[in-house]
Ligand binder design. Sequence first.
Ligand code: 5GP
Ligand code: MN
Length: 327
Amino acid sequence: MTQFTDLLRRTDRLLLTGHENPDGDCLGAQVALWHLLRALGRSPRIVNPDPIGKAHDFLLRHTPFEHARGESPLPEFDGVVLLDCAQLSRVGQLGERLRQSGKPIAVIDHHVGSERGDGVVHMVDATAAATGALVWRLFREFGVPLNQAAAEGVFLSLVSDTGWFRYSNADAEVFAITSELVAAGVDASLVFDSLYRRNHPDSVRLLADAMQRSRLLHGGRLAMVALDRAWMDRASAADFDTDIVLDPLRSIEGVEVVALLKERFDGAVKASLRARRDVDVQAIVAAFGGGGHKKAAGATMRMSLGAAESAIEQAVAAALAKAGLGR
Ligand code: 5GP
Ligand code: MN
């Protein structure tokens, strides 16, 4: 192909990384790319800004993950591959260190606008359901068959970003790839159980509590839940994946947008927005310096939790009106 595949081919020690709190797509795509590069005789390392969470630790059966916080030493590397995001500012402190290294950066991503990120070369397709689908295309490009571990990585990417094939991004490519992955030995129920059937006993109470705190606004079109610092501390003690609070809220008839606001340890607020139909949540969070996709987007807001709640509430009201869903 391109300058992008050239860089992968030429560079021996690539450091694979991604956004803070890496999700299933980011980690799965890293797994697959790591195995591709190994098959090509290269020496890649996966180094993330945060450790891999408990839900994803099944990946350690076949793939080594490292993380670098603060000044902890980095392995020697000749180039960087940034997966599932395009800006080093999303890679925490590690991102700044990678920038200062001056090493070339390649981006593999499926977010809107990622060709304008920090990559010197990039493979970006905002129509792709997951970053893992792009890595799957790379296997094709290089003529390398997927081993079982790489197949599990791509599978994790696809199920993470399509909500197990329920969202509108679950297109023909997703189902075609998935059939190949299962044929290559992926155990879908093992992946499901590893992700969702190992929760802490407190998790059901946390979920119930988050639901109690949720509010329906704008005539039932916006469902919002704001979780403060103390709540987030309880959640992190129980390894609670806050993403699961989005789904019950999305199930309410008439809800067009779900907003989850989480107060972070540093006082900033992490916003996660999801849309059901015509509201473009990517456009909403772009106004706060965030990004993502039309139906799933997020932002880090440097303001108090209360201020973030009103800002999102107002922005969603405007977006509902624009989509002809206001009143
Ligand atoms: P989530 O709400 O699950 O964190 O993210 C939803 C989507 O928005 C993902 O595709 C994610 O990469 C993107 N996203 C989340 N937070 C940010 C952010 O702070 N900046 C940008 N550019 N994208 C984000
Ligand atoms: Mn993704």
